[in-house]
Design a protein around this ligand. Sequence first.
Ligand code: ADP
Ligand code: MG
Length: 348
Amino acid sequence: MPNISLGIIGGGQLGSMLTVAAKKLGIKVIIYCDDTNGPAQNFCDEYICGSYDDHNKINEFVDKVDAVTFEFENIPFKTLDEINKTKPVLPKPSVNRIIQHRLAEKDFVNKLNIRTTRYATVDKKSDLESLGDLLPGILKTTTLGYDGKGQYPINSLEEIDSLNIDFTKDYILEKLVKLKKEISVIITRFGIYNYEIYEPIENKHEDQILKYSEIPADISQKILDQSKEWTIMLAEELKYIGTMCVEFFVDKNDNLFVNEIAPRVHNSGHLTINAFNISQFENHIRAVCKLEKIPLKKLSNAKMVNLIGEDILHYRQDPFLEKNQFFFDYLKKEVKKKRKMGHLTTLK
Ligand code: ADP
Ligand code: MG
């Protein structure tokens, strides 16, 4: 058993699943989270609650761990960079600085000659008036968006006034892609061209929130190969250590676009817990704790459904699970509309 204390920033469902994977490997887990109700406290060895810029509290946390990783990308860069001066933060903070800003992220991807949607920056209302050729499009805040938060679909210039857009924030406007489907590719990188990559996962969203993920994805060999190749290129260029995910769009003409990169484990990869010998969570822990890399083996096809809001209640009360079904309750205290409460994976 390795004698390692791992610090994880963020105590939601991803932090919980990372913790469970780490505990299985005999690693001590200390969570730092700004939410007194974070569900990961049900699984970790120690749970420290504080804000992400409280230096004293953060130092108390850092003193107790050998290395630090995180469950979400929106931790202030300054905080991660400070921690990294005394204990290794993996993936490294510079990765976050690029990815937590939609413009820096898209510029980074395009520099590698990897296709994204067309986009432009929007700092004020008048910027939109010259961007008619990007409509219909989606206006997205450059920072802090998730699950469709901070996004305004715009069909025409006439609509703008009625949308009550908060122009104190910075945005990018993205051309709407005529979607055939969405896929994601998850990779865990351990070092230079040393990685394990999962096959593309097909994703369906409802209200811009992920609802279903499934393998195998129903895509052409060309899309399969290209999505994996681009994911490897992005991970290598970022010198990434740990698990990351690339979200892609496939349009009606079978063109592939990178939508965004998640520098962390990803909701679409929950099915890897049951469908592979090593889950995205265990692989992340193995990579950031410098443990052995085990060759990845698929065990089964699978479909995952996210249980959002009150969806969870039925499964809590009366699960009726088949042998090939696995129900996960994130143990969040309050059921809220649009909140991810749990998931169900069915092996096929
Ligand atoms: P988030 O950070 O909230 O995940 P995304 O940029 O991934 O933001 O957008 C959420 C979802 O909204 C996408 O998965 C997709 O279904 C839809 N969407 C976002 N941008 C576009 C676009 N340019 N064209 C078509 N659909 C889009
Ligand atoms: Mg997304």
